[in-house]
Write a protein that binds this ligand. Structure first.
Ligand code: NAG
Ligand code: NAG
Length: 800
């Protein structure tokens, strides 16, 4: 390991420990929807790895490939299995596989990795088949899935190794695949299996230990002024050749080939003559190695392919960082770089050392890597076979473009700290005003889906939905816009969720502040419901305020009714208050005074704890939610309590009943431990030292500065403080307990089992209201981790 990587690890680790780094511009989901059992789930006992999906809306099924099984599931309800086929490895295959040193029960099985549509009734399916890939046709006729039993060689179409990433695409009858073609996984290819099979050259300048991620088709021949061809775009990461680095650095790439490519006549025979690649840029707000592309989705524009956009998820290359990002790229921007950009060329600087620099010499005509277009045809070249050797030799040796593809917004659309993002799908939704909004559904490594939207440059996560009870990575996502459903695969099964559930918002203010383009508030029904419901609401009957989050049109609501509560001097009192949003801050008031956590009060995510109540605590308490949307604060009272003196102690009168019995049991609840032992608040000793900087932290911060300085000498670093266009949670949120409140809430949950009330006797601990602190608004804690996850990298190919 080089000195530099050691340094990077030391510094990274050190910063890892540091607390108090402001992580303001990392999107926090407004709402967290915990796992609930109404989600539709499919799984079969003993079957795992449900990670290949093919949507067949025309057949009403979602085809699901797992380990040694393919299922046809009802698109309306994936828990309904219409048919299944099992495709197991033979004992002989399994034995061969184990002889080669692979694990019989894990690797030497048949993982279904490829599922493509061939025609109305037929699919093409491939599996790893105990490190001996195989393909077959499969039909779905009269509700029955059936393997045709016409096995074909799967080498190059499907990986040998079930753990290796790969991608493939069916265009007409041609299968495009990007995978390894050998047992060891060391010979990567981009292959077209067709009457005229083509592949990439085995050269590290073409592909260097790639991780293939995604492929899609863009019909660029349509309406093309220069007679251009259709293209297949592919996304992967590989070892960088353009950086001078002491150890291997990976970069993300986009590459493309032309559909009409037939290879060269002498040079590049049976190889792509149109394989071009470029670096994908998606720079994180913090200095780091280039992030790695993990998944891509093409949001197609049906009218104009130029407006189609690739959305890509990136995660850090260093495991020290927990920051993921989404960047989006215009097809036309990528195309311009390939069609007009400069090439890179290798130059030998020392013996055995090669540097890639910008090519400044003459570029042959027809342009290397271009599809057969009007220029070529005018020169009498109608097929790639007719291309001159000069053009072909040029492209064989220089497949890399000089310029990187920049995201359409200049930087990431979304930056998320915490559990890494894994998969993405994107929907385009028509809002009430007829405008379209792009909604991203992003899977995470801990079983959640983040639903995010961009309003005028501001990224906003509407909600995060927990799809799996256990924190499993989402390994596949499919979306049916027509059905309004999302399907998420994992090791343990596939779950289905609606793209929106407007009924979760029970008030007009909540419905509007959710800013969900699928939802609007309907005056007549006094409910939040889908914009796409039938019949659609007549104009003026429903409201939405997506960009503004403006609630002024909402009907005035009556102030929350006060709940009466009896105070017994010496007791601890719990006053619950649940906020509807993770972005909201809680504000407790007592007799026109704002309460803060301290010796007397403890404010936590579930409410307020008054310690050792006395007669002076009698009076009116209110709990306000202060939510910042678009820089404006929305204040609303969520709960009001009226504390009175224990009538028994004070006047000897009869017990008091609460004025609002639905809010829970009255003060007369039987003495004993807290009614809901699930969520007793912690004693005040457990309060976090928010805002305080310990001496250790100061020391760590100083060391961090030192590290940064050191790195700065050697590495080019990103500028800090780019505007991420994300909701800045802490800005203007004031200081004190409210700010940290959601995270503390979780701490409380995690700590409940250990909490013992040492001071007051258990039966002194009354709760005013049956306390259901585990409501819908749980917050996923975001680790307070390093602000520097790795190193910058050199991008100085121009200066040799
Ligand atoms: C669908 O494709 C399969 C495989 O190529 C072929 O055998 C079958 O005849 C086709 N069916 C239709 C309806 O075109
Ligand atoms: C398949 O699922 C099993 C069980 O969860 C897991 O251990 C294994 O890593 C998975 N294999 C692949 C190739 O994803």
């Amino acid at each position: 390991m080089s000195l530099l990587s050691v340094l990077s690890i030391v510094c990274g680790l050190m910063l890892h420990v540091s607390h108090g780094a402001p992580n303001t511009h990392y999107c926090v989901p407004r709402r967290t929807v915990p796992y609930h059992s109404e989600l539709k789930l499919f799984r079969e006992e003993g079957i795992f790895n449900y990670s290949t999906m093919l949507m067949r809306e025309d057949l009403g099924v979602l085809l699901l490939g797992a380990r040694e099984a393919v299922y046809a599931l009802d698109v309306d309800d994936v828990s309904v299995r219409k048919s299944a086929v099992y495709w197991r490895v033979t004992e002989e295959k399994q034995r061969e596989c184990t002889y080669k040193g692979k694990n019989a029960e894990v690797e030497c099985r048949n993982y279904i990795r490829t599922l493509h549509r061939v025609n109305d009734t037929t699919m093409y399916v491939c599996g790893t088949n105990a490190f001996s890939p195989i393909c077959d046709y499969m039909t779905f006729v009269t509700g029955q899935l059936r393997l045709e039993g016409r096995p074909e060689e799967g080498k190059g179409k499907c990986p040998f190794d079930p753990f290796q990433r790969y991608s493939s695409l069916m265009v007409g009858n041609d299968l495009y695949s990007a995978t390894s073609i050998n047992f060891l996984g060391s010979e990567p290819v981009v292959l077209r299996s067709s009457d005229l099979a083509l592949r990439t050259e085995f050269k590290s300048s073409w592909l260097s230990e790639p991780n293939f991620i995604y492929m899609d088709f863009v019909g660029e021949s349509f309406d093309s002024p220069d007679g251009d061809d259709d293209k297949v775009y592919m996304f992967f990461s590989e070892n960088a050749m353009e950086y001078d680095f002491y150890s291997k650095v990976a970069v993300s790439r986009v590459a493309r080939v032309c559909k009409g490519d037939m290879g060269g006549q002498r040079t590049l025979q049976r190889k792509w003559t149109t394989f071009l690649k470029a670096r994908l840029d998606c720079s994180l707000p913090e200095p780091s190695l280039p992030p790695i592309v993990q998944d891509v989705f093409l949001l197609k524009d049906e009218q104009d392919w130029r407006k189609s956009v690739f959305y890509a998820v990136f995660t850090p290359q260093s495991s020290l960082s927990q920051v993921s990002a989404v960047c989006a790229y215009h097809v036309s921007d990528i195309r311009n770089i390939f069609n007009e950009g400069k090439f890179k060329t290798p130059v030998a600087v020392e013996t055995s050392h090669v540097k890639w620099v910008m090519y400044t010499g003459e570029v042959p005509v027809p342009r290397p890597g271009a599809c057969i277009n009007t220029v070529a045809r005018n020169l009498g070249m109608n097929r790639s076979l007719d291309l001159p050797d000069k053009t072909l030799q040029f492209i064989r040796d220089r497949p890399l473009m000089e310029e990187a593809v920049r995201p359409l917004t200049g930087g990431p659309l979304l930056v998320k700290r915490g559990a890494l993002l894994t998969r993405i799908v994107v929907d385009s939704v028509m809002a009430l005003d007829g405008r379209r909004h792009t909604v991203m559904f992003i899977g995470t490594e801990n079983g959640y889906v983040q639903k995010a939207v961009n309003y005028a440059g501001e990224m906003f996560i509407i909600e995060e939905i927990q799809l799996y009870e256990n924190p499993v990575p989402i390994s596949a996502l499919r979306l049916s816009a027509r059905k309004g459903q999302l399907y998420a695969g994992s090791e343990f099964g596939v779950t289905q969720m609606p793209l929106s559930n407007c009924s979760r918002y029970d008030s007009c203010v909540d419905c509007i502040l959710a800013r969900d383009p699928y939802c609007s508030w309907v005056f007549a029904t006094q409910g939040c419901s889908s914009v796409h419901g039938s019949p659609p609401p007549p104009p003026g009957a429903a409201i939405q305020s997506l960009e503004e989050g403006d609630v002024t049109q909402c009907p005035r609501i009556d102030p929350a009714a006060a709940v009466d509560f009896t105070l017994v001097p010496g007791n601890n009192i719990q006053l619950p208050c649940q906020l509807h949003s993770n972005l909201a801050r809680v504000l407790w008031r007592f007799a026109d005074r704002t309460l803060r956590s301290g010796k007397k009060y403890y404010i936590y995510g579930g409410g307020l704890l008054i310690l050792g109540a006395t007669e002076t605590d009698v009076g009116r308490y209110s709990c306000d939610s202060v939510e910042l949307i678009n820089g404006r604060a929305y204040n609303r009272t969520v709960a009001v309590y009226r504390l009175r003196l224990d009538p028994g102690a004070a006047a000897g009168a009869g017990g008091m009943t609460p004025s609002n019995s639905t809010a829970g049991p009255s003060a007369a609840s039987p003495p004993g431990p807290a009614p809901n032992s699930e969520d007793p608040p912690p004693p005040p000793e457990n309060q976090s030292d928010t805002g305080k900087m310990t001496r250790l932290e100061v020391a760590v911060a100083l060391l961090a500065l030192l590290c940064l300085g050191l790195m700065g000498v050697i590495f080019w670093t990103w500028t800090h403080g780019r505007t991420m266009g994300c909701f800045k949670m802490e800005k203007g949120a004031g200081e004190g307990d409210g700010k940290r409140q959601p995270a503390e809430y979780v701490h409380i949950r995690n700590r409940t089992s250990e909490i013992k009330f040492l001071g007051p006797q258990p039966n002194n601990n009354h709760s005013a209201v049956d306390f259901k602190g585990n409501g819908e608004h749980r917050f996923t804690p975001m680790a307070n981790i390093s602000s520097l996850d790795g190193l910058g990298y050199i991008n100085d190919e121009s200066e040799i």
